[in-house]
Ligand binder design. Structure first.
Ligand SMILES: [Zn+2]
Length: 186
């Protein structure tokens, strides 16, 4: 007897395809930005979108639906974008990830473009209230960097901006997303 195996399909999508993807159920009211803590090519179905090291975007479904299990206490009305990176990393003295799998430039730029696409799609202003890194959410909710919580999360806590200055990762990504909204068409 042949057993049928259920497979979660991980589908490669372009930003243009995401613009026209159907949204099932409630409209997302927030976007959370993560990393997977895995390698550059390992995608996880925990997130609505994963960005591989080369900048390619993957989704588990052909539609967008809020929910999942990505950001403690904040999943029901939100969607998550995750960069496939930071395997085995811990924060260095500047809060950047150690190891040989940090976020790549392609991932960061694609994440910023995807934020812009999703914010426009769902009518969200690009601001701290609507778009946060998991580090920012965790800092608000008491399990961020320096909390001592055994489940500390620090996804994208710090990133280098275009000028090389290290800033809060959320600030960098929101800034780049606004730049793609206002200055560059892609
Ligand atoms: Zn996370």
């Amino acid at each position: 007897m042949r057993l049928e195996k259920k497979v979660i399909l991980i589908i490669k999508v372009t930003l243009d395809e995401i613009k026209t993807m159907q949204c099932v159920g409630s409209r997302p009211q927030a976007i959370y930005l993560h990393w997977t803590a895995g390698g550059y090519n390992t995608v996880f179905s925990t997130y609505q979108f994963c960005i591989k090291g080369n900048g390619d975007v993957y989704t588990k479904e052909t539609y967008i639906q809020t929910g999942g299990a990505h950001t403690y206490g904040r999943n029901s009305n939100s969607i998550a974008v995750s960069l496939c990176c930071a395997f085995g990393a811990s924060p260095d003295k500047d809060g950047l990830p150690t190891g040989d799998c940090p976020p790549t430039a392609n991932q960061i730029e694609t994440a910023a473009k995807l934020i812009e696409v999703l914010a426009k799609k769902f009518g969200l202003e690009i601001n701290y209230d609507n778009i946060k890194t998991h580090a920012e959410a965790a800092l608000e909710d008491g399990y961020g960097p320096h909390s001592g919580d055994p489940n500390t999360r620090w996804d994208l806590w710090k990133l280098k901006d275009y000028d090389g200055i290290i800033k809060d990762g959320g600030e960098v990504l929101r800034g780049k997303a606004k730049w793609y909204r206002d200055v560059s068409s892609f």
